[in-house]
Design a protein around this ligand. Structure first.
Ligand code: ATP
Length: 235
């Protein structure tokens, strides 16, 4: 059986500048896969390449079908992207942001879905009428994830969800992501600087250096790798 997401022989970049080279990777249904790498390694660029947001070459396939090279079409295919910096609308309330997340849907279950995400993230329910921009970093990150989930994606791409969050809030966020993966069967590809936490919920990881994948393996094997430990795990 083919993987949910398959990337083969891919490269990509910005205008004439190529950042990603020779990328081969896959994400299977039900997995949490982590992308590790130093600042500037190309992690954000990789997510943007999958979304068709930048110039790419090579094969990008989702559920066996070549992915269109435009962010709107990739979203419609079932891949939601939570970019670094979260991408919520600061002036709009929680509820408005969630409704906007469902703007491409024409079914009648939008309200029920919003209520479901208020159950998953009770803090959001308490702040349904509060402007997103006035909420804490952790609340805004939960809102960004819930908003992305309003698309009913089958694959969630998350770019540095812990950025700017206090350690305890980050831990809580990753526990919630782990639960979404276990309880709702959500498949996740997550870029994360906090490798320890990410590998706690991830089954596999890819390590990127200067736009190339230099290591990959099961989370527990990467944890035991001395070079990976020194560079990314800090012990
Ligand atoms: P970080 O952890 O710091 O977010 P990253 O691994 O996500 O880093 P990218 O943001 O993907 O790294 O950047 C990879 C390279 O691409 C960097 O050299 C960066 O300067 C370059 N780059 C990023 N965005 C653009 C852009 N819009 N135009 C040109 N170059 C870019």
């Amino acid at each position: 059986m083919s993987s949910m997401l398959e990337v083969e022989g891919a490269s990509g970049g910005y205008g004439p500048v190529t950042i990603l080279r020779d990328i081969d990777m896959h994400v299977d249904e039900g997995e949490v896969v982590v992308v590790l790498g130093a600042n500037g390694a190309g992690k954000t660029t990789l997510l943007r390449a999958i979304c068709g947001d930048i110039r790419t070459e090579g094969r990008f396939a989702f559920e066996g079908v070549d992915l269109p090279r435009s962010p709107e079409k990739v979203a419609r295919a079932g891949i939601a992207h939570v970019p670094q910096g979260r991408g919520t609308f600061a002036e709009m309330t929680t509820d408005e942001n969630l409704r906007l997340g469902a703007v491409t849907r024409s079914d009648r279950e939008v309200r029920a879905d919003i209520d479901h995400w208020y159950e998953v993230f009770p803090r959001l329910g308490e702040r349904r009428d509060q402007a997103a921009g006035s909420m804490s970093g952790g609340e805004q990150q939960m809102l960004a994830i819930a908003r992305a989930m309003m698309l009913r994606p089958r694959l969630l791409l998350l770019d540095e969800p812990s950025l700017g969050l206090a350690p305890l809030i980050t831990k809580d966020l990753f526990e919630r992501l782990g639960r979404l993966n276990r309880d709702e069967g959500l498949t996740v590809l997550v870029v994360e600087q906090n490798a320890n936490l990410a590998l706690d919920i991830g089954q596999r990881a890819y390590v990127i250096e200067t736009g190339r994948i230099v290591a990959t393996g099961a989370a527990e094997d990467l944890r035991r790798d001395d070079a990976i430990r020194k560079s990314y795990l800090g012990f």
